[in-house]
Design a protein around this ligand. Sequence first.
Ligand code: 5GP
Ligand code: MG
Ligand code: MG
Length: 178
Amino acid sequence: MLMDIEKTLLDEAAIGKRVRELAEQIAADYAGKDLLMVCVLNGAAVFYIDLLMDMQIPLEMNFIRVSSYGAGTESSGTVRILYDLEADITDKHVLIVEDIIDSGRTLKRLSKLLKERGAASVKCCCLLDKPSRRAVEMQADYVGFSVPDEFLVGYGLDYNGKYRNLRFIGTLKPEIYE
Ligand code: 5GP
Ligand code: MG
Ligand code: MG
């Protein structure tokens, strides 16, 4: 797995430090509110768990799975719900936790949907943001790192289902895509 990596963009220490900062900020912002944290499977799973374990306030966990990518590295522009939330989110303060905003389509569609279900508020927390790739207007409320336009793997991010369990975020050698 490690031999497929071209370079490390964010190492374990940098990610850990930033996740703790985000957790502290979010915990302060949601103190006393009925918070439901939505994990967007599978990419955000690693970040989500790290984030909420650093937030010592009452909160509810829930999962959703959407598909915007096929096997490749380009967004199709359509978002389908493959696995839906189990909770009734009416009057709850919802925080969507995503791995990365690229075109912005996934998050835009998802936050609209959850607002329509009657949430008290819907905000988004993204570990990574690729602002140069935005195709629709979408801004996360909490962002871990702004990153360049490169295809990234690790810390939850996959290529063809693999590399999610890397402790760092990096790029793959070009021959891996061939
Ligand atoms: P968007 O709808 O914003 O274009 O796409 C967001 C989704 O595309 C992310 O949740 C993620 O699953 C996937 N994605 C976007 N950029 C990358 C990347 O650099 N690496 C990986 N592994 N997935 C990405
Ligand atoms: Mg995702
Ligand atoms: Mg993926």
